[in-house]
Design a protein around this ligand. Structure first.
Ligand SMILES: Cc1cc2nc3c(=O)[nH]c(=O)nc-3n(C[C@H](O)[C@H](O)[C@H](O)COP(=O)(O)OP(=O)(O)OC[C@H]3O[C@@H](n4cnc5c(N)ncnc54)[C@H](O)[C@@H]3O)c2cc1C
Length: 406
């Protein structure tokens, strides 16, 4: 099978390639080749360039500052950016643009869309995700953050945990219990909360990699306006699920490209270390290659559905489960290829805790060791592998539901 795109897609691809050629520095190697201040500076400037060209939120309607692109054009943009190894936005944009923005387009009031969407793009508001709590992860509907109405505002008390990039954010979209007497799923609302207030405290958590990429967030009489409920009071579960669909399913175009680039880097390292002729290593590398190819076809299937107007839903669990489980195996192989060297982290560590290191990253032991550790987290965040299997079984295949606790 040789999948192809329609001719108009290829014409649009040339346009995106021309944009990248014009805007990227000469001899561009990918954002993974930058670090420290230079990286920060590049991401800030690049984000502004994308916003100006309307590539920051390519799928949003033009009235909110988006590109108004067709589904097919969005796919082309995502592919070309991933191939070039350039970021699609700034550090918190996955939360602001992909997750919250797309969800607001579906569930927000006209006022919420008109106010928040342009502010996300201009970086006036920087978002993070407040779903998980110490007693509510996989069992998310058990969440206990309390929101009580007092006049025109909600008063929030409780705790969130594992809040990625919460230390970089000034706003949090959060799930709170607004009706403690309703059945668990029916008493939850989706609230938009400004974190710049004394009632919100962010405490970093140190990860196995040594980084502090996620946080605890404490609410002590924190406030948010009554009107900051998205998608109706006590209907937060449905809104939350829409957002999770975007969180799990959005990457169909980019995942195969990122993982292929990572595998190419691993192949190079195996050759450089003189281990590429080892039959067992070769067998494991071939296994990885076949998995990345399958990821590509899986991605194309998702993208074909997307171009026909299907938004990611429970089926987003298939790709999420596939790439995250694969990533544990390929990074274990990288550690084996490095042998004892892999135990000593030298060179530049990964710049992102999400999926692979960036395009253009060096083949340093620090990069691979960091990605190896982060890969464990990939099977937990955005819903653990066990939960993805339950979703696939129950909501995609229509199998009987697992027994619920009483
Ligand atoms: C790096 C990272 C970043 C994260 N970022 C965010 C963020 O920004 N915002 C946010 O809100 N959350 C975030 N999370 C939290 C993440 O969503 C939760 O960790 C995840 O949903 C699992 O919940 P838990 O940690 O409470 O584990 P638990 O739910 O306690 O699960 C423990 C184990 O039991 C298994 N298990 C639980 N229930 C079932 C079941 N019904 N059937 C079979 N097995 C089951 C799980 O698969 C897991 O192996 C992040 C997590 C990580 C690791």
């Amino acid at each position: 099978m040789q999948p192809t795109y329609p001719p108009e897609a290829e014409a649009y691809r040339e346009k995106v390639q021309a944009f990248l050629a014009e805007k990227l520095p000469p001899n561009w190697q990918g954002v993974g080749s930058l670090e420290g201040e230079v990286l920060q500076q590049f991401v800030t400037t690049w984000r502004a360039t994308l916003n100006e060209a309307r590539y920051l939120a390519p799928g949003w309607p033009a009235e909110y500052g988006g590109g108004g692109l067709s589904a097919l054009e969005q796919v082309i943009v995502a592919e070309e950016f991933a191939k070039a190894g350039v970021p699609t936005g700034g550090f918190n944009d996955a939360f602001g643009i992909q997750m919250l923005g797309n969800t607001l387009l579906q569930w927000g009031t006209d006022e919420q869309k008109a106010y928040y969407l342009p502010r996300i793009l201009s970086n006036a508001d920087i978002w993070c995700q407040g779903y998980s709590e110490p007693n509510a992860g996989s069992d998310l509907s058990n969440l206990g953050l309390k929101a009580e109405l007092d006049g025109d505002q909600w008063i929030l008390n409780g705790q969130k945990i594992w809040t990625s990039a919460g230390h970089l954010a000034d706003h949090i979209f959060t799930l709170a219990r607004t009706d403690p007497d309703a059945p668990r799923h029916k008493g939850i609302s989706f609230l938009l909360v400004d974190m710049r207030q004394p009632g919100i405290e962010v405490r970093p958590i140190k990860m196995i990699s040594g980084e502090s990429e996620f946080n605890e967030v404490f609410y002590t009489d924190a406030v948010c306006p009554k009107g900051n409920v998205v998608g109706e009071l006590n209907n937060g579960w449905a809104v939350a699920m829409t957002l999770l669909g975007y969180e799990r399913g959005e990457a169909a175009a980019t995942v195969p490209i990122r993982f292929r680039a990572e595998l190419d880097r691993l192949l190079l390292m195996a050759k450089e270390r003189g281990i590429a002729s080892d039959p067992l290593i070769r067998q494991r590398l071939a296994w990885c290659y076949s998995k990345v190819q399958m990821m590509r076809y899986l991605g194309m299937r998702t993208l074909t559905q997307f171009t026909k107007g299907h938004h990611p839903g429970p089926d987003g669990a298939i790709a999420k489960l596939y790439w995250s489980e694969y990533h544990k195996v390929v990074t274990e192989l990288a550690m084996d290829i490095m042998g004892m060297d892999g135990l000593v982290a030298t060179g530049r560590p990964p710049q992102t805790a999400f999926q692979t290191d960036d395009g253009g990253a060096p083949n340093s032991t620090a990069s691979w060791q960091g990605v190896f550790l982060n890969a464990r987290a990939g099977t937990i965040y955005a819903g653990s592998s066990q939960i993805q299997r339950n979703i696939i079984g129950e909501m995609v295949l229509g199998l009987p539901k697992e027994p619920k606790r009483s």
